[in-house]
Design a protein around this ligand. Structure first.
Ligand SMILES: [Zn+2]
Ligand SMILES: [Zn+2]
Length: 504
């Protein structure tokens, strides 16, 4: 599947308010404006809707096909300009499903694209909602002075306590049916499978849990996966790192390569594509690759990537599936407890810091590289998750499975459920706890302030330029030479992509 270049995202509460206004009881069409902020990934531009500008009395006529008065458009543009946002125009159609545009729709949006661009320096975004709440969207990109071209969005996602993603089949065609996925498709139906398969999913951290999560996603039929991890296989990983062999540890191979090669062999999608990003999430190209995703898995146990994912979930409206394992021992070295938890974070959901999944005080230490220092780790309390070393393959498999179930429930929404509650399994003595409250963040938490901020948060996250990819000193000379060439090609590709973005 080619990467769709444009998309729109909105949080659940804004979507609910828009839907209440646009889908009328009398069945007539209605309209409104909204403001949006950019979220630019490596290959995808997303308009993050951040505020509705609802019409006042006299702002529009509702008469079958709704139309707006110029003063309303001017008011919306003024608001967008004063807040540094782009302008979006939303309207409803009386029929269900993904909506095309009538000649009147096209004329209305194209004729306002210039004034909108002139007032905000951002393209006008148009959205249509069907009677069943399915969204479609397009950008009006400036191609030359006074000329604007419609570019359809690949998807519109609504991310909140629940999740909705509507794909444009003409941009992202539904996956081809194949016999490899027969049992999977019959488990939840072809339409749920068409939704799951088209999600672009990123896995951050390809350690014991991440490698199993990625394998589960590839077997389930996901067409595009993005693997982000700069780590290499080592001998002490072999008891729980799926796909890794002693030879891989001896050669100190990248974990994204081990997983990437295996997934290419095991994936069940007809058009499967995996991107390997051998970098830290705080490096520019890894961060940009994460912003191209519809869902992210947080499988790195360090505070810095968890902090970045926590902010990405709020600001860029990309839900993050997270989890973790904690095992402890008795004084005599026996097994005392082994617990794993799983949850999804995002807008209007409790964040990773409030759940206690990372220590915000250690984010800076992680950035400085202090957590790579065994002396620093040694001074942490032994029960601190970063100091704990106990883990085995079956705990990782169970934790990965719990995280995958969180995703499936969130996307498929069986029986109308909005995903699973946060869960913690205590394998000693064998109890599953579900936690429903508190649903949101603690009062002092800053995360909700980042809601729908988009790229505005990038400057405070300390995203670094890509560092030169280190060569693996255990590789033979010819391999290091090829690695150097591949590095160069990657750098040229990155600069070309940046240039293309700049020209666009
Ligand atoms: Zn229309
Ligand atoms: Zn919070």
């Amino acid at each position: 599947m080619s990467t769709p270049s444009h998309s729109v995202a909105m949080d659940g509460e804004l979507a609910q308010a828009a839907r209440r206004h646009l889908i009328r009881e009398d069945g007539q069409e209605d309209l409104c404006f909204a403001l949006w902020r950019p979220s630019n990934g490596g290959t995808r531009k997303t308009a993050i809707l951040c505020e509705l500008v609802l019409p006042n009395a006299g702002d529009r006529q509702v008469h079958g096909n709704a139309s707006f008065n110029h003063a309303y458009f001017e008011r919306a543009i003024g608001l967008a300009f004063s807040k540094g946002c782009g302008l979006a125009f939303m309207h409803s159609h009386p029929g269900p499903g993904w909506q095309d545009m009538s000649p009147d729709d096209i004329a209305a949006e194209r004729d306002h694209a210039g004034a909108s661009y002139g007032g905000t320096s951002l393209p006008l975004v148009g959205l249509t909602i069907g009677s069943d709440g399915v969204w479609s969207a397009r950008f009006w990109e400036r191609v030359q002075r006074g000329k604007f071209q419609r570019v359809w969005c690949g998807s519109v996602r609504v991310c909140g306590t629940g999740f909705q993603i509507d794909f444009a089949d003409r941009v992202c065609p539904p996956p081809a049916e194949n016999r490899k996925q027969l049992r999977t498709r019959t488990a939840w139906g072809a339409s749920a499978q068409a939704k799951i398969a088209r999600l672009r999913i990123g896995v951050v951290g390809l350690g014991s849990v991440g490698a199993i999560v990625a394998e589960g996603l590839a077997r389930t039929g996901i067409e595009t996966l993005v693997l982000i991890d700069s780590d290499r296989a080592e001998e002490h990983n072999l008891d729980r790192l799926l796909h890794a062999t002693s030879e891989d540890a001896r050669l100190s191979r990248l974990k994204v390569d081990l997983a990437g090669e295996a997934l290419e062999a095991h994936a069940t999608a007809t058009n499967f594509h995996v991107d390997r990003v051998p970098r830290h999430l705080q490096e520019q190209s890894a961060y940009a690759a994460a912003l191209d995703c519809d869902v992210l898995f947080s499988c790195a146990d360090r505070p810095l990537p968890r902090h970045l994912l926590n902010v990405i979930a709020q600001a860029h409206l990309i839900p993050v599936v997270d989890g973790g394992i904690l095992a402890t021992q008795t004084k005599s070295g026996g097994l005392l407890s082994a617990d794993w938890r799983s949850h999804i974070i995002g807008p209007h959901r409790r964040c990773l810091a409030c759940i206690g999944q990372y220590d915000q005080g250690l984010v800076a230490a992680d950035r400085e590289g202090l957590l790579d220092d065994p002396k620093y780790i040694a001074q942490l309390d032994k029960s601190h998750p970063l100091a704990a070393r106990e883990n085995v393959f079956v705990y990782s498999a169970a934790c990965a499975s719990a995280e995958l179930l969180q995703l499936l429930s969130y996307v498929i929404a069986p029986l109308g459920m909005e995903g699973l509650p946060r869960q913690m399994y205590h394998s000693v003595p064998g109890i599953l706890d579900s936690e429903y409250s508190p649903a949101g963040c603690d009062a002092h938490c800053l995360m909700p302030q980042f809601l729908a901020a988009g790229d505005q948060v990038n400057s405070i996250l300390g995203i670094e330029p890509d560092c030169e990819l280190p060569t693996n000193t255990r590789d033979p000379i010819w391999a290091r030479f090829l690695h150097g060439v591949a590095n160069r090609i990657r750098q040229v590709k990155t600069s070309l992509r940046a240039l293309a973005r700049h020209l666009a």
